[in-house]
Design a protein around this ligand. Sequence first.
Ligand SMILES: Cc1cc2nc3c(=O)[nH]c(=O)nc-3n(C[C@H](O)[C@H](O)[C@H](O)COP(=O)(O)OP(=O)(O)OC[C@H]3O[C@@H](n4cnc5c(N)ncnc54)[C@H](O)[C@@H]3O)c2cc1C
Length: 428
Amino acid sequence: MKTFSRRHFLAAGAALGASRIAGAALGELLPRGRARRVVIVGGGWGGLAAARHLRELAPELEVVLVERSAAFRSLPLSNKWLVGLGQESGRSHDYAGVARAWGYRVIQAEVIAIDREQRLVVTRGGTLAYDWLVLAVGIRYDYAPWFGDDRRAAAEAQKLYPAGFVTGELDALKQKLDGFRGGDFVMTIPPAPYRCPPAPYERAVMIAWLFKQKKIKGRLVIVDPGPGMQAFNRVFADRYKDRILHLTHAKVKSVDPFNRKIVTEFDDLHFDDGILMAPQQAGDLVWQAGLAARGDDGKPTGWAAVDPLRLHAIDDDRVFPVGDLIDKVSPLFGHYPKSGHLANRLGRIAAREIAGRARGSLSQPILPDSVCHVFADVDPMESVRIDAEYRLRGDGLIAQSVRQHFDPQPRGEDEAWAKSMYLDFLTR
Ligand SMILES: Cc1cc2nc3c(=O)[nH]c(=O)nc-3n(C[C@H](O)[C@H](O)[C@H](O)COP(=O)(O)OP(=O)(O)OC[C@H]3O[C@@H](n4cnc5c(N)ncnc54)[C@H](O)[C@@H]3O)c2cc1C
């Protein structure tokens, strides 16, 4: 196993404003009992599934979830909520209640470092020893391609034009949409891979519909590095051609959040307001813990290196990176879709793997599946369900099959899906 570098730990700690963590006498957050302990960092779709299933599969283990927020909120269904068409993303589910219901411990704290050598999770308030670690901290924005080292520009872009790909930004985004009075509203689509690929397009339809409803003299300008998605391209062109300008193959070269200007390879665009969705990569702790994968060119891929079948970190079988933060799993299709459904399945698989290791008996690996419901239009309502299934080929590679079902008369299937998922990890 590659050991964790002390220098790396110190540098990361200092960068996080936590130079006291190394060497200083940080106490234990929770003394060790006799049971072996699994610490789960991140209480999103992946982390909550791991916690719940570990309780069930390995009741002999102590399970501790560390999450920085007090309550869970859903990103799935948030596009509807943003334009006033549903309640789910407005609701929050208090972690203390969730943990009580399933029988594990939760600590509300920001984790600032992982010391893999000592098997410690470090927070400002103390440390937590682990036997196994599930790292499920989701994504972070990568502003470097737009701003280089200019942190002020990155902070300004995130504050004034939040992307809404993490739950903490949802309220600000809703306020922005509610307060928009007219002009060019820009939306940059991140380059792949990013969280829930159809989500920005669904959000675009919702926003265009909102402008129409509210009779706002506004235009949505979508700056898309790729060709778009077929189901949405048709709707943009047929039904919202006076509301949406979809610029395809338009790679963002630079952004000036102070003067509201975007430069692409073809245009200089000025905007009045907008949603600046920067490229995405694995969350901070993956980098700090030295778990980022490298491509054939030796450069970081942006995502956590995992064993595709067993889900442990490539060079550390005590650590299980779970959810959107993982790297490619197959040369046949690359990344698993970064969906809540799939993160939930990965959390379950990691729980099964850890339970097996705790008992000294590994069972056959299982593979996840993914379901994603998106709205292709609002009035009339039209939805698309995207199903992905995975199987192991004889040559050991994971293969993917994807099916799309178009539904011109949806009857709340998205909410039924969310409810059934919640029954797995949230509500009891
Ligand atoms: C607009 C939108 C719509 C979507 N719609 C769908 C959909 O319809 N269906 C679907 O399946 N998926 C959907 N998704 C994708 C889904 O939200 C993600 O795939 C899912 O949230 C990934 O789960 P995760 O556990 O990897 O990360 P997250 O759910 O982001 O959880 C990460 C958790 O880690 C915590 N955390 C991070 N760092 C720390 C730290 N240092 N210390 C302590 N805690 C920390 C965070 O607070 C967070 O709670 C959508 C996403 C978006 C943006």
